[in-house]
Design a protein. Sequence first.
Length: 293
Amino acid sequence: MAEIIQRDGTWTFDGDTVRIVPGGKAHPVRQELGEIAVPLEAVAGVSFEPDRKGGRLRLRLRGGACPVLRAADGRLKDGADPYALTVEKDRTGVAEYFVDEVRNALLIEQVPDTPVDRFLLPGPTLPVSGGGGDGTASFDGESVRLTWNWKAEESKTAGGASTFPLSRIAAVRWLPAIGLENGFLRFEPVEGPVSAPPKYDPYALDLWGMSKKEHTAVLVAAAVLMRLPGARAALDAPQAPPALTKAAEPAAAPTGDHDALLRRLRELGELRQAGVLTDEEFSTAKQAVLRSM
């Protein structure tokens, strides 16, 4: 078991799952998302990025594994990223140990770092709500509801809150406010996109970037995204076993002894999968090899 406890949150790894619990003062996106259990098969890599104050522990997921990351499309800041943990200076050694443990498990289990064709994480718990700017979005798994505040344009407030079923949504897109440019949470109806700017679009929230809370709109986008017909079909598809690939293997050291040890680790993993070794025998043999490394 590897564990690192910080004010920013707590990460634990038991060999199969990375469990992430946000700290009490974490970004609203992380607090709303809550505890996350990341299966090893969803992990592409892990790293520790040191700096003068300590550093940052970062979990890299396989492409398409997490609906929140898919909805964010690379636009989440580090503070809002649920897979990044701020590490204090006196815990850098623990962070490095955590990285070693996850990397060793990825090597043993032969987990590829290639994208997946289905979500491997469940996403936000329903019902979910979020947003800001000129309103709030909520989703219960069947319908989206946009509730306007006093800052919304009359073209939105005149008809009251806007509610539409999932069947009427063709796509969803989230964009945070950047600089002087407003962001938005926008739902594209099946009959075609609305040409009006988000400020006047009854299917969109206009996000101004006035508070961190606005970023929680990405959680609504993620929950809707993973339940759209195309995504649902991918989720319902039978899960294929991960292919054995060298892409998941870290670069081997130039020494022959290290190469031999890496080959031995792979052999042990294959023997366990074939049922030749029990879990206890595999663990004992693995530790012996790792000590040699």
